[in-house]
Design a protein around this ligand. Structure first.
Ligand code: ATR
Length: 268
């Protein structure tokens, strides 16, 4: 049976085994998928052990996405730009292909939620790994303008500079943010500690769609705040999680699983 896995530290919280087993059942794929914990300095060794046991491919989550990037023999353009790999696939010649599926998974979820991206004015809050992982995919949808802001402005400016060949992207200081965005994305990890990024409430308009990349059983702190400001459409990151998994699954197995039944299962 073909073997797949997700590597991370911590890893017990990962929903990836549940998601991929559900995809395998749905697509009638004879495969197994397990969660593998590795010590912070032990990704390569854990991966070697997995590959030696017949592993065909894996997902990589924090803190190993840069280790996987360094380890891949062949990188997609998306992975090169993001400087991170969340999907490895063993190729027939024994080389490891590294890709990142966060961007396509994210954009797929936005489109599934009927969010108009072409011609839209988008605000992306945050300039860490989660932001850089989705920028290329977002800009390929041809928004009118993508504004990126971050607590540490220099990181937003660096990303705007790096991704400017892909579309109209500009960095703005948080204190200079003006409103009227069609889509506001929170990519910061602030929500994980139940705090808000220091953006003004004036960014929200009643027509804004708000997407928080994190998710939890209840509405996220950021989406709650947006609702209190009159936003009627808020989306959390559960669809992105399932979407990026679906793109990885297709890279490995060549079949595209349906995401909606799995999103519905996770929301229960
Ligand atoms: P990830 O992979 O989740 O993006 P990261 O690369 O460490 O993690 O980036 C975290 C992002 O969340 C950064 O944009 C960070 O802002 P700084 O660059 O200024 O550190 C942002 N962030 C984290 N906690 C935050 C907070 N309490 N308020 C505002 N921004 C926060």
């Amino acid at each position: 049976m073909d073997k797949y896995a997700v590597f991370g530290n911590p890893i017990v919280q990962s929903k990836s085994p549940l998601i991929h087993r559900e995809f395998a059942r749905q697509c009638k794929q004879d495969m197994q998928y397990e969660a593998i914990w590795a010590p912070d300095d032990g990704f390569n060794q854990a991966l070697d052990t997995f590959l030696a046991s017949g592993g065909q491919g894996c997902n990589i989550t924090a803190p190993f996405k840069q280790d996987a990037f360094a380890r891949a023999d062949v990188l997609t353009e998306g992975a090169q730009l993001a400087e991170a790999v969340n999907t490895l696939k063993l190729l027939p010649d024994g080389k490891l292909l590294g890709d990142t599926t966060d961007g396509p998974g994210f954009v797929g979820d936005l489109l599934d939620n009927q969010v108009q991206l072409k011609g839209a004015r988008i605000l992306l809050i945050g300039a860490g790994g989660a932001a850089s992982g989705v920028l290329k995919s977002l800009l390929e949808q041809q928004p009118d303008e993508l504004i990126i802001c971050n607590r540490t402005y220099s990181k937003a400016a660096a990303l705007a500079n790096k991704f400017s060949p892909y579309g109209n992207i500009n960095a703005v200081e948080i204190t200079s943010l003006a409103g009227d965005f069609d889509l506001i994305i929170n990519s910061t990890s602030a929500g994980l500690s139940k705090t808000l990024p220091p953006v003004p409430a004036t960014i929200f308009s009643s027509h804004s769609v708000v997407y928080d990349m994190v998710y939890s059983d209840q509405i996220t702190r950021f989406n709650q705040w947006a609702s209190e400001q009159g936003v009627t459409k808020t989306i959390d990151g559960i669809g992105m999680l399932v979407g990026q998994a679906a793109v990885s699954f297709e890279i490995w197995r060549g079949v595209k699983p349906a995401t909606q039944p799995v999103i519905a299962m996770l929301k229960k």
